[in-house]
Structure formats: structure tokens, C-alpha cells
Ligand binder design. Structure first.
Ligand SMILES: Cc1cc2nc3c(=O)[nH]c(=O)nc-3n(C[C@H](O)[C@H](O)[C@H](O)COP(=O)(O)OP(=O)(O)OC[C@H]3O[C@@H](n4cnc5c(N)ncnc54)[C@H](O)[C@@H]3O)c2cc1C
Length: 346
């Protein structure tokens, strides 16, 4: 089958890699220049900031095998086994609420993981999918779907996978609801709500601190990550500061300099006084940090045998990078079996 996947996210790339290895012809359509979605790395020469997910950690065996494979390729390594906790008033040297575990970081930034998965797949980056057209009974056309790109070109395919946050999948699916039974899915994903987050990247001339990251259970901050502790190649002390969801909601429309100032002041208060005075900063607002109310299944399918369409992502069975991986993995497994059987029967 010719499969079009919208979103070069962890879920989209895993599904794409598995389906391509099984012999399908897979093209990924990604609106950004970079691959990985919320597996996001900002680079300045040899320095990098993971300003989306800061590390990977596994509870599921399949995800652990994936991490092990990335370790064997020298892309990931075990970075930490615990973090200090700021509980809103006090800093504890170790988070008492969390058992020790393996936290993996990228040797050269986490989005190298995404780049490693693209080998089997055709990628159209900087191409935004604006909508879908179901070709239906018009058999003068060979394929069941047209993905309409916002530069007015189209991509024709037999099957579509939406690997975007639910809110973005909602917008795309709505364009096909008159021709397909998509309305049921639209109603379900309309319920999914996301928490926002600010991520502030800041560089300093001071020596890199001994801590790797500080979890914060606080009204303003959620995480302070020491990016320079991930690689000896970093030339400056690079820190990523994540706001709480509550702070990101309150300050979504406020002046960005004011937001950065408040985040830096709070980080200085919690960890090191010099954190208030960076050499350089860059602020990113994430509208979709994590789903508040994920769904129970690994993925969702449109009920149309002749025009396969499915939704995957981290809003299925969790709201983590691991959930995104498992969602893509399970859909690919399911489609590989389903369409191999269909081909054998024809
Ligand atoms: C600041 C931050 C901190 C986080 N911390 C953690 C953590 O500690 N632990 C954890 O497990 N997880 C964490 N996460 C969540 C984790 O990053 C996500 O769960 C996971 O990466 C989501 O993957 P995904 O496959 O669902 O999609 P995404 O990564 O959201 O990717 C969707 C992709 O679709 C693309 N796209 C969207 N619309 C279109 C369109 N119309 N056309 C083409 N392309 C489109 C986007 O550009 C994006 O590349 C964090 C996320 C953020 C932002």
C-alpha cells in the first residue's frame, strides 16, 4: 500500500519505519523543518538544548528494547537514575516520591533518535497537511485518499495515518467528515484536552552545576534541566527551564521578556543565584505539552475497509513519549497483519 503519514513524530516515525520494513511504500508529511515533534532539540554549533521531552524512560518491555537498540547505536546513554525535587518550599537531594530508574539522554540531542528512524521512509518536510479528500467510488483515480497540502499540491495514497496531537488531527479530519464516517472519531478526539508549557533555553558563562535536573512541584516551574551535563562537547553551561501548566496558561498572552524574567528568577531562587543572569535566552511556548485525558486504546481507526485511516500519538493509552511509541508500534503491527492477510486472500 502507499501510506501517507501526517506528522514526523515519534509515533509517526515508528509506525512508518515498521510499515516500510514490511514492504509498504511510506511517505511522511511534516510541517516543520525538523523531525521529531515534541522530541525537540535546538542546536547552536556543538551545543544543544532538548527543549521538548528532556529524557526517555521505559516501563514497557517493547519501549525498553527500542531504547537498548538506540544505546547500541550510541545515540542514547543512561544519563541519571534520580533527580532532586523542589517541593514548592524546599529542595530535596533526591525525589522521595519516585523510585530510582534509568533516565536516558541523547549523546547529541534527542531529536537524533527521530533522524535515525527516517532511513526507510520518504519525508516531505516543511509541508503542512491542510485536509483530506476521500476519492470514494471514482475509480478513474487509483488511490483512496488525497492529502491536501497547504501549498495546494496533493499527495495521493491508499491509506492515511494521522500522527499529530488530537487537536490538529481534529482539524484535518473535519475536512473529510461529509464523505466518510469520520464524525464519530471527531467527537471522541474533540474531548481531548492538552496542558501547555513554556520551555526557556538559557546559556551561561558559569561552571556547569553538579545536578543534572531538578523536578519542581511548584506553581511556576516544573523542571530545570542541565543540558551541558548531557555531553562534554557543550561549550557553555546550557539550561532548559520548563514552566508549570498553570503558569503557561496564565502567561500565554503576556510579554515574552516578562515570562522569561519570571522563569529565570524562580529558577535562581530554587537552584543557583546566577541562573537569573544568562548570556542568551530563547523561549518556546508549547500549546500541546501533554494530554490531560488520554484515551483507553492504542490507536483509533476509521470504519472504511477500502480506505484505511488511523490516528496515533501520545494521547492513546498514556501521555508520554513511551505512549507515543507504543501507539505507532501497535498500529503498524495490526496493519501489517491485516493487509498481509487481505493480500493473500485476493
Ligand atoms: C516541554 C515538554 C516536556 C515533556 N516532558 C516529557 C517527559 O518528561 N516524559 C515523557 O514521556 N514525555 C514528555 N513530553 C511529551 C512527549 O514529548 C510526547 O508525548 C511525545 O513526544 C509525543 O509524540 P507524538 O508522536 O504523539 O507527536 P508529536 O511529537 O506531537 O508530533 C506531532 C508532529 O506532527 C506535526 N504536525 C502537526 N500538524 C501537522 C500538519 N497539519 N501537517 C504536517 N505535520 C503536522 C508536528 O509538527 C509534529 O512534528 C514532553 C513534551 C514537552 C513539549
Amino acid at each position: 500500500m502507499v501510506i501517507g503519514i501526517i506528522g514526523a513524530s515519534l509515533s509517526g516515525l515508528i509506525a512508518g519505519e515498521k510499515l516500510a520494513r514490511a514492504g509498504h511504500d511510506v511517505t511522511l508529511i511534516e510541517k516543520s523543518r525538523e523531525l521529531g515533534g515534541r522530541l525537540a532539540t535546538h542546536r547552536i554549533d556543538d551545543d544543544f538544548f532538548d527543549y521538548g521531552v528532556p529524557f526517555l524512560t521505559a516501563q514497557n518491555r517493547k519501549f525498553q528494547s527500542f531504547i537498548d537498540e538506540l544505546q547500541s547505536k550510541d545515540l542514547l546513554y543512561q544519563w541519571a537514575d534520580s533527580f532532586p525535587l523542589y517541593d514548592g518550599s524546599q529542595l530535596h537531594s533526591i525525589n522521595p516520591n519516585r523510585p530510582k530508574a534509568a533516565y536516558y539522554a541523547g549523546k547529541d540531542g534527542l531529536n537524533r533518535v527521530a533522524e535515525n528512524l527516517k532511513r526507510w521512509i520518504d519525508i516531505k518536510s516543511e509541508e503542512k497537511a491542510g485536509g483530506l479528500t476521500h476519492i470514494g467510488a471514482d475509480r478513474s483515480r487509483k488511490r483512496a485518499w488525497m492529502i491536501n497540502l497547504t501549498d495546494i499540491t496533493v499527495f495521493e495514497c491508499d491509506a492515511v495515518i494521522l500522527a499529530t496531537p488530537a487537536t490538529e488531527a481534529y482539524g484535518i479530519l473535519q475536512t473529510a467528515q461529509d464523505e466518510t464516517p469520520a464524525r464519530r472519531i471527531i467527537r471522541v478526539i474533540d474531548e481531548i484536552q492538552y496542558q501547555p508549557r513554556f520551555a526557556l533555553m538559557a546559556s551561561y558563562k558559569e561552571e556547569t552545576p553538579s545536578w543534572k535536573g531538578i523536578e519542581c512541584n511548584d506553581n511556576t516551574l516544573a523542571w530545570i534541566g542541565n543540558e551541558s551535563s548531557k555531553s562534554e562537547k557543550q561549550s557553555a553551561t546550557n539550561i532548559v527551564i520548563h514552566s508549570s501548566a498553570q503558569f503557561a496558561r496564565t502567561y500565554a498572552e503576556k510579554d515574552l521578556d516578562e515570562v522569561a524574567h519570571l522563569l529565570l528568577e524562580k529558577a535562581a531562587d530554587i537552584a543557583e543565584p546566577w541562573l537569573a543572569h544568562p548570556k542568551k535566552t530563547y523561549l518556546r511556548h508549547w500549546k500541546y505539552y501533554r494530554a490531560r485525558n488520554p484515551l483507553e486504546d492504542y490507536f483509533m481507526e476509521l470504519e472504511m475497509e477500502e480506505a484505511p485511516l488511523a490516528l496515533i500519538g501520545d494521547y492513546f493509552k498514556g501521555n508520554s513519549a513511551e505512549a507515543a511509541y507504543l501507539s505507532g508500534y501497535h498500529l503498524a503491527d495490526y496493519w501489517i497483519n491485516k493487509y498481509a492477510t487481505a493480500e493473500a486472500e485476493n
